[in-house]
Design a protein around this ligand. Structure first.
Ligand code: AGP
Length: 609
């Protein structure tokens, strides 16, 4: 989603802004722009499409100055056009914004009546005009900024600059993430630590409602009432070689291949002795009794990971585990009650719907405990939850989640095993045996990834396809949903994931020779029944791709492609079965020539609802 950068730099700021925007490209965007304060004047350059378009404009006409803001836009209000790209400005104020200003229509009408001359279709343009109006009312700059913020409804992260004097970089955060950073090159605001990871040594994460300004000598932060607050600077976390694809063609491919290392690190973090599982940032899991209900809420791929965990948790804990997509949970008046744990899952920790679902839960039942499975330690969800299970997957740049998803699965498997073991649903020996199987899966994943040529025969089956179907039972059902989502996201081919037993209740009508069907048939999950479903689709002329851990001699004849994966147990099997699905989506997308790492219309971190 939109990336924001603002900088007060010791040297010329243009290169810093561009570099920061480049590192935030992965978030997804459709246009970009920067504004530099040059000898007291605002100089702005914007371009539609990829950053190279902006770069080539700036090569011809560079901007010079030490104070500036930049933005990559992911359209919410108004089509992707230069006039809708940020920064938005009046003659003397320029602003970049992430989020949605919900009362923008009312504000726009009021401002236009007073002479504001809007040039875009965006909600964001209300901000500079409103700020300008407040500055006309008072000479107190801080008061004007706060008064402007108090009139905005909705979610936002804002960075802004003013022409003429002061050389101040203004910023505010409500609902959308924003951080401050400082170092040898200057002071920055950014929506993502990656953006300033090489330019700054220290970082401070703004809290809800905080705002302030920075210049080359000083940085001031205020709470929503305008009281000064201390800035909790902390060392900038090491940015794990995320900014390079290495020898890989795409970040997604690199991230697929990182999975064995991620699995290994996660296992060593939480179950190093292969006997016991411990989550140091979630003490209540050990200290509190098992609740009578668990609710899990997430979006997209993270939601699929939660669905898989429901099979693991319910089998051993014998308590109801409810799983919901965050955008539904938060608006359906959920009945929560006491003695319930609320679990969110999120790669980014900033997904607006999931974050708001967490806040709703906390407001309704503050006595209940909240836990987040998250890949970004500094994220809002981490800071607002009682317990945290970090995923340690390292920055995930490809928009399509791969390693963060399987890290979620593995962390959820460990969480399920821990609860089962602590509550005597599994003996210490059985727990150790399942842990061993998870450790073995690290090598299984390595073996699969060492032979990527085995996935190649699948791609031609999708050449003339009008869609694809993914089928599985038990924990392979959410895996089927995830396989279909991955294919849709990056190859733009329509795909459906279905519970294999549900297929004959509708989707079977779709089957013809141009609808490849991916059947996930694992020994752990109702193998015979899945194989019967496979025969049903085969009998109707579908091309069948079988992903299985069966012995080859037992596999059904005449499948169009067979991917053999190492055998896993009840917990480890989905980790291994995920890899062929990721590779399949990647290969099909590559063959179609789509933008694998930044697929159209998608954003990495969906910070608006
Ligand atoms: C995954 O490939 C998708 N890009 C998307 O579904 C994603 O999982 C979803 O937006 C949730 O994101 P989160 O995990 O950061 O909360």
């Amino acid at each position: 989603m939109c990336g924001i950068i603002g900088a007060v730099a010791h040297n010329n700021v243009q290169a810093i802004l561009l570099q920061a925007l480049k590192t935030m490209e992965y978030r997804g965007y459709d246009s970009a722009g920067i504004c530099v304060v040059s000898q007291g004047k605002l100089q702005t350059t914007k371009a539609k499409g990829k950053l190279v378009n902006l770069e080539s404009l700036l090569e011809t006409t560079p901007l010079t100055g030490h104070l500036g803001i930049g933005h990559t836009r992911w359209a919410t209000h108004g089509v992707p056009e230069v006039r809708n790209a940020h920064p938005h400005q009046t003659q003397t104020i320029a602003v970049v914004h992430n989020g949605i200003i919900e009362n923008h229509q009312t504000l726009r009408q009021q401002l236009e009546e007073k002479g504001a001359n809007f040039t875009s279709d965006t909600d964001s343009e209300t901000i500079p005009w409103l700020w300008q109006q407040e500055l006309n009312n008072t000479s107190d700059e801080e008061q004007a900024f706060l008064s402007m913020l108090n009139q905005l409804e909705g979610a936002f992260a804002i960075a802004g600059v003013k022409a003429n004097k002061g050389q101040r970089l203004w910023f505010a955060r409500r609902g959308s993430p924003l951080l401050l950073a400082k170092g040898k090159q200057g002071v920055f605001v950014a929506s993502d630590a990656l953006a300033v990871g090489t330019a700054a040594d220290e970082v401070a994460y703004l809290k809800e409602g905080e705002w302030g300004w920075a210049n080359s000598q000083d940085t001031q932060v205020f709470d929503p009432d305008g009281n000064p607050v201390d800035i909790p600077w902390e060392p900038m976390p090491e940015m794990v070689a995320a900014s390079s694809k290495g020898d890989y063609d795409h970040y997604m491919l690199k991230e697929i291949h990182e999975q064995p290392r991620v699995f290994s690190e996660l296992l060593h973090a939480y179950a190093a002795d292969k006997q016991h599982i411990h989550f140091p940032q979630a003490a209540f899991i050990e200290n509190d009794p098992l609740p009578s209900r668990i609710i899990m809420v997430a979006c997209g791929t993270s939601y699929h990971a939660a669905l898989t965990a429901r099979y693991w948790l319910e089998r051993y804990l014998k308590i109801p585990v409810e799983v919901d997509v965050a955008s539904e949970f938060r608006y359906r008046d959920p009945v929560i009650g006491d003695n319930t744990w609320f679990i969110t899952l999120s790669q980014s920790g900033e997904t607006a719907d999931t974050l708001e679902a967490l806040r709703l839960f906390k407001r309704q039942t503050p006595q209940n405990k909240t836990l987040v499975f998250c890949n970004v330690a500094s994220s809002s969800m981490v800071r607002e939850s009682d317990g945290v299970i970090e995923l340690y997957a390292g920055p995930e740049i490809g928009v399509a989640s791969t390693k963060a998803y399987t890290a979620q699965l593995l962390a959820l498997a460990l969480f399920s095993l821990k609860l089962a073991s602590d509550n005597h649903a599994l003996s210490p020996q059985d727990t150790a045996s399942h842990l061993q199987s998870l450790y073995v899966a690290v090598d299984g994943a390595k073996d699969l990834l060492d032979k990527p040529e085995q996935f190649e025969p699948l791609t031609p089956l999708f050449g003339t396809a009008h869609g694809a179907l993914f089928l599985g039972r038990g924990p392979c059902f959410p895996l089927a949903l995830e396989g279909a989502l991955k294919l849709k996201e990056i190859s733009y081919l329509h795909a459906e994931g279905y519970a294999a037993g549900e297929m004959k209740h509708g989707p079977i009508a779709l089957i013809d020779k141009n609808l490849p069907v991916v059947v996930l048939a694992l020994r752990q999950y109702h193998l015979d029944k899945v194989i019967s479903n496979l025969h049903e689709v085969q009998a109707r002329g579908a091309k069948v791709i079988l992903v299985t851990d069966m012995n080859e001699k037992d596999c059904p004849d005449n499948v169009d492609a067979l991917v053999h994966i190492p055998e896993g147990d009840f917990f480890s099997a989905p980790l291994l079965a995920s890899i062929p699905l990721q590779y399949l989506a990647y290969n099909v997308a590559k063959a179609k020539g789509t933008d694998v790492d930044q697929p159209r219309n998608l954003a990495k971190s969906v910070t608006v609802e």
